[in-house]
Design a protein around this ligand. Structure first.
Ligand SMILES: Cc1cc2nc3c(=O)[nH]c(=O)nc-3n(C[C@H](O)[C@H](O)[C@H](O)COP(=O)(O)OP(=O)(O)OC[C@H]3O[C@@H](n4cnc5c(N)ncnc54)[C@H](O)[C@@H]3O)c2cc1C
Length: 437
């Protein structure tokens, strides 16, 4: 069966043969003449979850819980299980995901293969750092349990390994104890990039979760203005038992053109910035709107119209981050493109064991750009020039266009990683950055 599977940016064409095993016993990774790749839930933005011309193994039916130790907070589940389903089980029993990205519609396998990070990177590192073990199936049918002590090299290559070392069947990981589903949050309006750095340094000491929205169109003195958001899990005494009231809206169909344009962006950014008072504002929030604001709009990626969009996420080293982020924002503001939600966050010093893991100590900037063809590609290239000059890196999970030279510079352990790739596995992303047909 050949089907059109896409990724979240909705602009990459790929045709692949789809396999959809319902049980582990149905998983067939044999393929004499085509390459294989596992598909999680397609929440990667570019081509790292696509395998044009090859086989895509859609693992979403392998979504069973295997064992939950609710005393010690250890969960073992199949790799196709979504974070949202895990949260439905564990939160009421006083546990939370150790690390979660900005959407809960990702699978455990996808979270490991991209070694995802969240608002607590400065405290908890990446998702891969909480994995105790997983089972990896290679295309030969061989099944290997991998952990920091069993097949440790393959363990390290698979964490952040872009799905190229085989198919993860199940994983076991440690959860975080919580007293309440609520978050005690605080929003603080800041006027400059220097304020962001000050707020980050102060907040990362006392807050588990920190992130900032930055106005990507602001220029001159207003450059770097934004809203800083920080929070901690509420303690039981403060618990507000209010249920989550987030209403799910939906963009039911593809819009003919993008509604994100210089006009709407400018209006949104101005209103969003001004709506936050100058003084810090405390509020209690259910975990869902705090961690997953975008999940409240189903298919929000359709907002960008039929040409789709690019997401760009980079990290730059901490010592020169102030200058590098300022240059990046300058390029973006001059282009008059960008997104409603441009995110700035400090990554902490913890290093994941993953050979190709993206997070490293520094400041990360993430935002979307409506796909305007060459104009957008040129802008992203200019951002890459800044990132490369400052010794930073670009996140493969969000990428659809970085070139081979850049990838190798950003991920200097790529050659070591290559030795662990399953010989039948490949992806559109990997062929692009390795320059193979
Ligand atoms: C709104 C939104 C917010 C986001 N916020 C963040 C964020 O804050 N931080 C962050 O790190 N990321 C973020 N992301 C990116 C997202 O978390 C990652 O791309 C994630 O890996 C997607 O998981 P998935 O299950 O959809 O996997 P896919 O996108 O389908 O696949 C991702 C990779 O995992 C591999 N893979 C999937 N399942 C398996 C398996 N069982 N075995 C082996 N390999 C497998 C695939 O081959 C592919 O290489 C965000 C994405 C969206 C849409």
């Amino acid at each position: 069966m050949s089907e059109h599977y896409t990724s979240w940016g909705r602009h990459m064409a790929a045709r692949q043969q789809i396999r959809r095993p319902a049980w582990v016993d149905e998983l067939d990774l044999a393929s004499p003449d085509k390459t294989i790749l596992t598909y999680g839930n397609g929440r990667s933005y570019g081509d790292s979850c696509l395998n044009d011309g090859g086989i895509l193994v859609d693992l979403r039916k392998l979504d069973h819980f295997i064992h939950f130790d609710s005393t010690n907070g250890i969960l073992r589940c199949e790799a196709g299980l979504l974070f949202t389903d895990i949260l439905s089980l564990i939160v009421k029993q006083g546990w939370f995901l150790p690390v979660t990205p900005g959407t809960r519609y990702i699978t455990v396998g996808g979270a490991i293969a991209n070694d995802v990070h969240g608002k607590n990177h400065h405290r908890a590192g990446t998702f891969g750092m909480h994995i105790k073990q997983f089972e990896l199936c290679r295309s030969t049918g061989e099944r290997l349990v991998c952990s920091p002590t069993q097949n440790p090299l393959l363990f390290n290559a698979t964490i952040g390994g872009l799905g190229l070392t085989g198919t993860i069947l199940w994983a076991e990981f440690a959860l975080k104890k919580i007293a309440s589903p609520m978050i005690e949050a605080e929003s603080i309006r800041f006027e400059t990039l220097d304020d962001f750095f000050e707020l980050s340094a102060e907040s990362d000491k006392n807050y588990e979760y920190t992130v900032a929205w930055v106005d990507c169109l602001a220029k001159g003195k207003a450059q770097g203005r934004g809203i800083f958001i920080r929070g901690n899990h509420a303690s039981r005494e403060k618990t507000d038992t209010a249920p989550c009231t987030t209403r799910t809206l939906s963009i039911p169909a593809e819009l003919p053109i993008s509604v994100v344009n210089p006009f709407t962006l400018k209006i949104f950014n101005e209103i969003y910035f001004k709506k936050h008072p100058r003084h810090p504002k405390k509020h209690s929030s259910h975990y869902a709107p705090f961690f997953y604001p975008l999940d409240a709009i189903e298919n929000w990626n359709r907002m960008y119209g039929k040409k789709g969009f690019f997401q760009y996420q980079c990290v730059v080293p901490v010592d020169q981050a102030r200058q590098a982020i300022s240059e990046l924002l300058q390029h973006i503001a001059s282009s008059r493109t960008g997104s409603f939600l441009a995110v700035l966050k400090m990554f902490g010093p913890a290093r994941s064991p993953g050979l190709l893991s993206f997070p490293r100590e520094g400041v990360t900037l993430a935002l979307d750009f409506a796909n305007q063809g060459q104009k957008t590609l040129d802008l992203l290239e200019s951002l890459d020039n800044v990132v490369a000059e400052y010794g930073g890196a670009v996140y493969p999970a969000k990428d659809a266009r970085m070139n081979s030279g850049r990838f190798k510079q950003y991920f200097p352990r790529w050659q070591e990683f290559q030795t662990y790739i399953d010989k039948n596995y490949s992806s559109s992303f990997w062929r692009r950055v390795m320059e193979v047909e």
